[in-house]
Design a protein around this ligand. Structure first.
Ligand SMILES: Nc1nc2c(ncn2[C@@H]2O[C@H](COP(=O)(O)OP(=O)(O)OP(=O)(O)O)[C@@H](O)[C@H]2O)c(=O)[nH]1
Ligand SMILES: [Mg+2]
Length: 264
């Protein structure tokens, strides 16, 4: 299979966004200014440096039997078909067509593994919900996604993507319930924030955080993003840095340093 899709959308280059003032980690959602996720200046800068490294395609796994060997930290991107998982992987990694994207729901049909250095793996997953693909195929990949989320020992965090225009649907809540039960920690990322007015987005953030406050495995703060405009990418990269540091992996070494300029 190919990863470079001929129908890949062209994302605007990520120029980064102004980042928030340092905040106290671990506080609950109701103690936060809803529009500013948790990140320190140092984490934002470490995230920029980390993601300036070169990402590469590792493998594509259609079934649970074909998963690659576990490497250090793995982060999976989950969400409804067409929510923008592959676009977010591209925007975060600064690669326009690392992951295949499409206007048609059901583009990603296998678990696609990307690596940065020896310590970090991203998994772009098939979507759930309304894929335009044969029913038996969708059933097979949905089973793979669920088995992976429940049983992957090095899965450090799941980024659950929610379309900012629509908010949490029942099918998303079912997935969050599953992650809570399996005690797999997750972060909710609101996508396509460029499609909402500021007030609408703030309402969506507050409403989503209110739902998360009752969920044991949820990070309490949601991350509003736009892969198209680059919004939220510095903060998400900083969240990856914090996760790696929490797991005892230093991101300050030159292992990850690439040749690309900042923000590319
Ligand atoms: N306006 C806007 N559109 C976006 C954004 N991110 C993704 N899209 C669009 O949403 C559509 C789906 O994007 P994908 O990244 O392929 O979505 P996906 O979740 O990987 O979809 P599947 O693999 O089919 O589950 C494409 O047409 C993208 O251009 C965004 O930040 N803003
Ligand atoms: Mg996809």
């Amino acid at each position: 299979m190919t990863i470079m899709g001929e129908d890949s959308e062209k994302d605007a280059p990520d120029r980064g966004t102004p980042h928030p003032e340092p905040r106290v980690s671990g506080a609950r959602a109701d103690q936060h200014d809803i529009s500013t996720p948790v990140a320190t200046d140092a984490e934002i800068e470490a995230g920029r440096r980390l993601f300036a490294g070169e990402w590469s395609f590792l493998t594509a796994a259609p079934t649970i039997e074909t998963l690659p060997p576990m490497r250090s930290i793995e982060i999976a991107f989950a969400g409804r078909s067409n929510v923008g998982k592959s676009s977010l992987v591209n925007a975060l990694t600064g690669r326009k067509a690392l992951a295949r994207t499409s206007v048609t729901p059901g583009r990603t049909q296998e678990l696609i593994f990307f690596g940065l250095g020896p310590e970090l793996t991203f998994v772009d997953m098939p979507g759930y919900g309304f894929a335009k693909a044969p029913r038996d195929k969708v059933a097979a990949w949905t089973a793979t996604v669920h088995a992976y989320l429940r049983g992957r020992a090095n899965l450090a965090r799941v980024f659950v993507l929610i379309d900012a225009r629509h908010g949490l649907k029942q099918i998303d809540k079912d997935v969050l319930d599953g992650l809570d039960k399996a005690a797999v920690s997750y972060v909710v990322v609101l996508t396509k924030a460029d499609q909402l007015k500021k007030g609408e987005l703030e309402t969506r953030i507050a409403e989503t955080q209110a739902n998360l406050a009752r969920r044991p495995a949820a990070f309490p703060t949601v991350f509003p993003t736009s892969s198209r405009e680059g919004t939220g990418m510095p903060e998400l990269r900083a969240a990856v840095v914090r996760l790696m540091n929490e797991r005892g992996i230093s991101t300050a070494t030159s292992t990850y340093e690439g040749e690309r300029p900042a923000g590319a």
